[in-house]
Design a protein around this ligand. Structure first.
Ligand code: IMP
Length: 440
């Protein structure tokens, strides 16, 4: 098997709407890394990593910790202390020796953020975003507002209660609106309820908190290999995604700099993770969506149900217009292609190479959502390959690219040619071993 070559700092980003299988790719690359960093999002993300048939679920802790690597949760993330404490305890329970650092500048999701998130979705009715309901949007909104935010440094300080009291006062109208308190008289008892539970979390997390930007830059100065693990995907980025049907953070490669506190010159390589077909959860336009039996086939075969919410994912053909857009926005150096095995058994495969909007052929991903809503995919068609048993995939992965079925090789080569990027990693199953390293 070929080896992946390493440079000190690598960003791994999703090229589609998240759920591309970044967790597995990061886990695979983490073998040779020293540090793995989360730089955006919160517990809306979810990775499942399979190691020798043992399933590990992650929402906040970088999955590299499974291999004894240093995990860092950067300033660009939002942290739900309840979820993080549960995750840390579960990992400790599994006997993982946890080396974890949490940024003092990251923002904290409070219980009311979760309630606001769900309440606002209900109010949006048919216009709903389809959020994960984890309080992500309201936490980032408070960060940007500056007056009602709680950073990790506040959360673990002695002044937390005082700060919380001031914030709750400002939030009275919303607390009433969403039925969290019935009248202002309940404010004090609501605060006490939070303090009782959350001061325990603060105590448990205090020892992990530091200035992670300082730490990461020191690691890079020492020549340590750092992997920056993007959560969600390019099309869910708050600036470059399909706004407003996006998450509230910068999921693209630029987010690694602001979200971890490292300068752009410190990034050596950017790997885009692309699923061999496309999926999305939540609302918003999706040009290659399949609402027929092929869509159902992809969902069932690919286990396309959310790790965080269990929601069925919408499924469709691979869209190269999206991959080329991700290449531009993230300065991708290469692609990692995942879930190629899921396509086995389909007679014909389609790849979207352009869109048609009002009779015109468009090759660039539209900047406006109303244009995107009008896009009709223009496809090329390729022959599929026969059904392959899981054990056979393992056998193929043990060999190399050449061992893939002929039509699977053609499919991968076509993507390589259309996107004009090397495809260096091909994943053909959930396990670490079901991975092919290919120098295209
Ligand atoms: P939020 O991040 O919970 O506010 O959700 C905003 C949008 O991003 C919704 O469409 C979610 O389904 C989507 N989303 C958030 N996190 C993920 C993820 O990790 N994978 C895929 N979609 C996500």
């Amino acid at each position: 098997m070929l080896e992946v070559t390493y440079l000190p700092s690598i960003v791994v980003v999703g090229t589609q709407w998240g759920d591309e299988g970044k967790g597995k790719i990061v886990d695979f690359l983490a073998k040779k890394a020293d540090v793995v960093v989360r730089y955006n999002g919160g517990c809306n993300a979810g990775h499942t990593v399979l190691v020798k048939d043992r399933k590990f679920k992650f929402h906040l802790v970088p999955s590299g910790v499974l291999q004894g690597k240093i995990g860092v949760i950067g300033n660009g993330t939002v942290i739900d202390p309840k979820v993080l404490v549960e995750e840390i305890e579960a990992l400790k329970h599994e006997g993982i020796d946890l080396k974890l650092y949490i940024s003092c500048k990251a923002h904290v999701t409070m219980p009311y953020h979760r309630i606001f998130d769900r309440g606002k979705e209900i109010k949006r009715g048919r216009e709903k975003i389809g959020t994960t309901g984890r309080g992500i949007g309201p936490t980032y909104a408070d960060k940007m507002k500056r007056t009602e935010a709680i950073r990790v440094s506040d959360f673990i300080s002695e002044k937390f209660e005082e700060k919380l009291s001031r914030i709750l006062e400002l939030k009275i109208p919303e607390l009433l609106e969403y039925g969290i308190i019935k009248d202002e008289g309940e404010l004090e008892s609501y605060k006490r309820e939070i303090m009782e539970e959350y001061s325990v979390y603060a105590e448990k997390l205090r020892g992990f908190v530091t200035d992670t930007s300082l730490l990461l830059n020191k690691f890079l100065d020492e020549g340590k290999t750092v992997l920056f693990e993007g959560a969600q995907g390019t099309l869910l980025d708050v600036d470059h995604g399909t706004y407003p049907y996006v998450t509230s953070s910068n999921a693209t490669a630029g987010g690694a700099c602001t979200g971890a506190g490292v300068g752009p010159r410190r990034i050596n390589r950017v790997i885009g993770v692309a699923k061999a077909y496309t999926t999305r959860v939540g609302s918003g336009p999706f040009p290659t969506e399949l609402t027929d039996e092929i869509g159902d086939f992809l969902r069932e075969r690919g286990h396309e149900y959310g790790t965080t919410t269990g929601r069925p994912r919408r499924c469709g053909w691979l869209d190269v217009v999206i991959l080329k857009y991700a290449k531009r926005i993230n300065s991708l150096d290469e692609l990692a292609l995942t879930k190629l095995d899921v396509l086995s058994g389909l007679e014909k495969l389609k790849i979207c190479v352009a869109y048609e909007i009002d009779g015109k052929i468009v090759k660039e991903f539209p900047a406006s959502i109303s244009e995107l809503e009008k896009c009709k995919p223009v496809y090329i068609e390729l022959d599929g390959w026969e059904e392959i048993e899981r054990s056979e995939w393992r056998e193929i992965a043990r060999k190399d690219f050449e061992a893939l079925p002929k039509n699977a090789k053609t499919y991968v080569q076509k993507i390589r040619e259309l996107v004009d990027l090397p495809i260096t990693i091909i994943s053909v199953g959930p396990d670490r071993e079901e991975t092919i390293v290919w120098k295209a």
